[in-house]
Design a protein around this ligand. Sequence first.
Ligand code: UD1
Length: 340
Amino acid sequence: MDKILVTGGLGFIGSHTVVELQNEGFEVVVIDDLSNSSIDVLSGITSITGKSPVFEILDLKDIQKVQGFFKNHQDIKGVIHFAASKAVGESVQNPLKYYENNLNTLVYVLQELSVLPTSNFIFSSSCTVYGQADVMPITENAPVKSAESPYGNTKQIGEEIIQDTCNVVPNLKAISLRYFNPIGAHPTAKIGELPIGVPQNLVPFITQTAAGLRDCLSVFGDDYPTPDGTCIRDYIHVVDLAKAHVVALQRLLSGNNEANYETFNVGTGVGSSVLEVIQSFERVSGLSLNYKIAPRREGDVIQAYANTTKANNVLGWKAQSTLDDAMKSAWLWEKQIRNL
Ligand code: UD1
């Protein structure tokens, strides 16, 4: 029973990953500053797995607290690092918050791991590092393009910080997972996404519109060079994504990694347009969604979907859920939290 630290473990992807780690028998310690998550998520996790992870409220920006934490938990075998801010628009308004939250904290954690006899680290990266890739589907070898936002920049610089550290710390092994678009919720509807305020992402906006919290979904642009004119993304069920973290960690723990630092795309390999996502929602919910075509949103790429061959072959992981499965779980979750 290896002890694994999950930072940001009460967030959307973090909480689903804690569930999958516990299901695999890992002993999980969660830290979270609750800045964008709720303590209630802990009982959701416990209810699904029958086991409560150890939990501490901890702000990773406080270097002394980070040092104290690792002193008290010297037996940690691996860290999955989710704790970060993730709102693209806010990052443009407040870049220093993003550089401090996402990069200072990463440095503090890596400093602690660098002095351990062995350490294994999984980083939440994003397909945003590719920008508008020239070739679809996107492989890990696609060039990293200059970031569109401070948020995106923190993912690129974060990867570089880890790579540079792995180059000189032989005991540190790390994997960056480049997520495509995580959506959905646990099929039990006990945990899911909890956006604060007006959702910026497509799927929570759809489910909130259907639940009556929003009047109408704006489809940002229908004049893109795609088959139906709307943007294409690779939407991955959050439970599949969570499982990718577990297999990546197991790869490091078992010493099967080929290099000290590796990157993997985590997506389904299937691109879906905004209109196809709406159709999927309507199919699984039996509802008709109120939406309208609106102008393009600044900063959106036309299309991004993953070539998942590396993750499939090297990690032995493959997304299992369809878009309909994911939309069904997102709607079940929305209905549960709104008492519908
Ligand atoms: C966004 C971020 C990305 C981040 C990811 C995290 C931007 C430009 N990109 O990805 O960096 O890693 O979230 O989850 O913000 N859409 C609508 N109407 C809406 C909302 C979205 O039409 O109300 C469309 C968008 O134009 C896009 C698609 O839906 O084509 C997906 O949007 P979203 O869920 O925000 O994800 P990304 O923009 O792909």
